[in-house]
Write a new protein. Structure first.
Length: 238
């Protein structure tokens, strides 16, 4: 079946966890909120991952949610903020428990590149990894669409050759198209080690980096691993 341009929009969350509560928080997010989000808001959990602390801020999780375009996002916000306390009453007990597990975080809204897979497509294709590469790319103002186009045409074939499978490629909304978020699945840790070696030694990688440098102001990569109930790990929607 041919790929149809991805018309979804996404919420990307970086969540700072308190102390040793990362596993408990990820379970609370997936087991106790994932199905409720789908049923009440048509908001699908694309993924909940733990950050590998040696590569970034810790303890932290990355959560990604898929909604049906901007109208779907607006309906989600109305559901959340149409009550006097500015909180969904059905989430009162969920929020109370979550507050004991996390201290805050940073969210962004994401617009997918046309070739970025939806959750259904990712599950159908069996996209999953023992480890994931999570990239936040700071770009010149207005450059995100061009960067994502270049990524598809000039880097995606080489990335696939190295063993990277695209989970998602997005531009951040509400920031003058100056940021991209890209997530790759890598099947094994040994493959990740080979990819890292290629980043230092492979001529095609060096060529891509030279080309991208015209647009990129900064690049930060971290590694992620699946939560136990992550849809990409289990192969089913929460």
């Amino acid at each position: 079946m041919p790929h149809v341009a991805n018309a979804k929009v996404y919420i990307h969350e970086l969540v700072d966890v308190i102390g040793h509560n990362r596993a408990a928080y990820m379970h609370h997010m997936t087991a106790n909120w994932g199905s409720t989000a789908r049923e009440e808001r048509n908001m699908l959990c694309f993924g909940v991952w733990a950050t590998v602390g040696s590569t970034g801020r810790w303890p932290q999780t990355v959560n990604l949610w898929e909604l049906d375009g901007w109208r779907g996002m607006a309906a989600n916000f109305r559901h959340e903020f149409s009550h006097a306390p500015l909180q969904d009453p059905s989430l009162e007990s969920w929020w109370a428990e979550a507050a004991t597990l996390r201290r805050g975080g940073l969210d962004r809204l994401l617009v997918p590149a046309s070739y970025s897979p939806t959750l259904d497509e990712a599950l159908a294709a069996g996209i999953r990894g023992e480890v994931y590469s999570h990239e936040i790319v700071t770009l010149s103002p207005g450059a995100a669409p061009r960067y994502l186009s270049m990524l598809e045409q000039d880097w995606l074939p080489e990335a696939s050759r190295l063993g990277l499978r695209l989970v998602g490629a997005y531009r951040s909304a509400m920031c003058d198209a100056s940021e991209a978020v890209v997530i790759w699945a890598i099947d094994t840790w040994e493959r990740w080690a080979a990819v890292q070696t290629a980043y230092d030694e492979d001529a095609a990688v060096a060529g891509w980096r030279r080309q991208a440098r015209a647009l990129v102001r900064d690049f930060r990569g971290t590694l992620l691993v699946d939560s136990p109930l992550n849809p990409l790990r289990t192969g089913r929607v929460l």
